[in-house]
Design a binder for this molecule. Sequence first.
Ligand SMILES: [Zn+2]
Ligand SMILES: [Zn+2]
Length: 1011
Amino acid sequence: MFQPLPDKPDHPSLELEILELWEREGTFGQLRERNSGGPKWSFVDGPVTANKSLAVHTAWGRTLKDVFQRYKALRGFDQRYQNGFDCQGLWIEVGVERDLGLNSKREIEEYGLEEFARRCREVVVRSSAELTRGSKRLGQWMDWGNDYFTFSDTNIEYIWKFLSIVNERGWLYMGHRSTEWCPRCGTSLSQHELTQAGVYQDRADPSLSVRFPLLDRPGQSVVIWTTTPWTLPANVAAAVNPDVDYGRRENGEWVAVQRFPDDTFVERVRGSELVGLRYRGPFDDLKPGSEVEHRVIPWDDVTMDQGTGVVHIAPGAGGEDFELSKVHDLPVLTPVDESGRFYDDYGWLHGLSTTESADQIIGVLSEKGILVESGLYTHAYPHCWRCDTPLIFRLSDDWFISVEEIRPKLLEENAKVQWVPEYMGKRMDDWLRNMGDWNISRRRYYGLPLPFYPCSCGHLNVVGSKQELGERATEGFDQLEELRRPWVDRVPITCEACGEIVTRVPEVGDVWLDAGIVPFSTLGWESPEWVEEGYATGAAHGLTHADLPDHSYWETWFPADWVTEMREQIRLWFYSQFFMSVVLVGTSPYKRVLGYEKMLDEHGREMHGSWGNMIKAEDAFEQMGADVMRWQFCAQPPDRNLLFGFGPAHEIRRKVLTFWNSTRFLVDYGNIEGFSPSWSQLEPDGDLRPLDRWLVARTKQLVAETTEAYEATLTVDAIRAFEAFVDDVSNWYIRRSRRRFYSFDEAAFRTLWYALVQSLRAVSPMLPFLTEHLWRNLVQDGPASVHLAPWPEAEEPDRALLDEIAAVRRVVELGRQARSASQLKHRQPLRRLVVAGAAAAARGHADEIAEELRVKNVEFGEVEASELRVKPNLPVLGPKLGAALRDVRERLQRGEFEELDGGRFQVDGHVLEPDEVLVERIGLEGWAVASEDGVTVALDTALDDDLRLEGRLFDRIHEVNVLRKESGLEITDRIRLWVPDEELLGTYADRLAAETLAVAVAPGDLRIEKA
Ligand SMILES: [Zn+2]
Ligand SMILES: [Zn+2]
């Protein structure tokens, strides 16, 4: 006996039951046990930042990881299931700062770095527990409890080792440059951090044109344009494009002619003629400005896109400006400190922030009479990715890894990686070609301590391990709780060159070093022995039981066969681990990547907490269920943004319900008829009808298609294959076989059971809960879990048979369309259907088509009863035909075309493919026509008295069925029936009785009674 199924699945409660069942039976453990020693498939998890609970966009990535790990497990692959948490860096720090109400680095230092570090760790403890809970609820099977945490001492030591190798190769250096800087966080940011989602936001800034009076030419001035008034006090030069024309207005202002085409100019010169002129700076009354000789310099990169064609140059507050200062030997003024406030030698500006100062600066320029124009300017401006503060440029000393020497090798290795979708690999290639040196230092607290100990003798000491630190320490090694600030700052060492005592630089590392080292640190690269819980060191102690494996383990599992993350990780995690791996061992750390675009809400907007359109994973679990979420994730083509929401979830539930109903149909009738299938005789044999053989072939096709989809790591194809299959089972097989289930036709039961069971296996990686629930009901003598049944063997299905039924279904579908276009009820029988075009395979199934469409005759031949209209499909045909399109369009309109086979058309020597044209067939009087992909059907819509009477018969059957349902009768209950239509009873009494399970039919007001 099967367990009766309710009308519809209650996803959340069913899922919680399954989770408990898996837990109780140790299903995941059994799976790993079974696959242990099998062929290896290596997956390395990209760490999730442990500063929050599970979000739906994280659930997307986790679902994909889980799907492919499950699929590979079904195929018998031995795998690692280590989950990772990212535990350091700005994300963690900013949360703690907010919780503690700290607003600056000074306040953090006053609060105390020990306590601050402990609070940061607490965030990770809390968040990692939440993320684990959410991921389990999602159905993700991981080795929970043996996770890696990037703040472990072991992880840090691995990065130290990497940095010391980089130093040995001579690639490590300290750079002095103007870089993007967050004044709130008090640190510079690297190029790749600016590529993260949400960094560039539209923002309105002051837009002002300012006149710089020329000292050598009284009454004349150059006019510059800027959106950052705060940089004007640091101005040292004005740049012109030497090859462009500049004009002098009547009032003496020089601007680029091209920028003001409507202005009148009294003099015109090439930019090169303005070079060298000296001018009075806008803030020469302040000390820093007064010491500068301002002059006009040439710069080829001055563009004519915006502004005045004269660019204000402040090398202490702009990246390109700083580069120019080296070329032209310009002084560099640094106007603001780490927190973005003016230094005290800037007089009345002292202490003001870059934004606070804007209005006052504009006011002063106006008083001085040199402000030409001011307004607002909206542009995409970079913001700090963690605290949303607008970034500024600031001079900073940062540590860099030079990339020039290794760049060719990086490109070479990336070319060997298989990227899905392919264009993401090109993006990586593009990034690798164009990226600058890697800025690895951050002036923060809770991060990887950079092991750099510069000495006044000129030698840079780089410590490669904790052991080395201990050996070289002069004091403080005993108090080292963790390899972290502030403890590590209290351990000075001796300089290996001169013996002096040296201290660590205060900087911490870029967080992407933490995640990038994972393919080495978690797999035990160069680790001489296996250390139990060797990964649970430092801050990770007590949080995980992860071991530090030995080097042979690394050799077994490196490189990863597959990794997956969002597209933005190309320049982040995909990059950092790739870079580190090519440096350390000369190869990519992964063979294959699946990247995917980003998640938006169902209307295509970004999800924001403050916009109220953010969906919490917790709410999604409760209102959709994990399987429906997973379906939504899996159905998404990776090259497009996912529009996630409750609306799409509703659609998915409808699709799930169709599958559920098919299963319920088998369960209900199976129980009535005592059907008892056996796992040992999975595939039906014996006396199969053509339709049964078709469903068997169709099922094999599903297995083949999903296998191919999983192998290509494209879940979207697996979902599409499943959707089409569900439709075929429900709307063709069951529809056409219903009666065989009313009387016990074992072949039908066995065929449907086989189809359902195999399809559960095929989609179990994507929908682990629903499939498990139904599996346990349908398969009572097989493997206890669908996840323990091996992957079904892909067999070549009977293609000819599949094509045949696909053609039949197409004809029937078109017949239905024609019928609805004609407004005739589907129940009304019709005389004739004509099928034309590429549907020859359906010829042998005329009876089925007739029955489905309720027509008396189906003929294959020419459809003359219609007018054909063909229009160009412009988006497709336009690019193909170019200028010829117009002529083709006109010819089509005039009907000057020839219809070829397969839905193609010929027009004036051009052959148009089916997807290049839009075909419409208009039925002539008395015909309803529908057409698609080269198949056309025409329904004769003429009615006579016989057809009308038969139409009434079907109306009555329908009414009786409604009555049966309303009276709560069982599907097998027999009835007595009264019908008012004597003419109908005269002709169709027997058929009416048979169709309604009536034991007696009599004239009278319409009613039924249980017999
Ligand atoms: Zn910031
Ligand atoms: Zn020294």
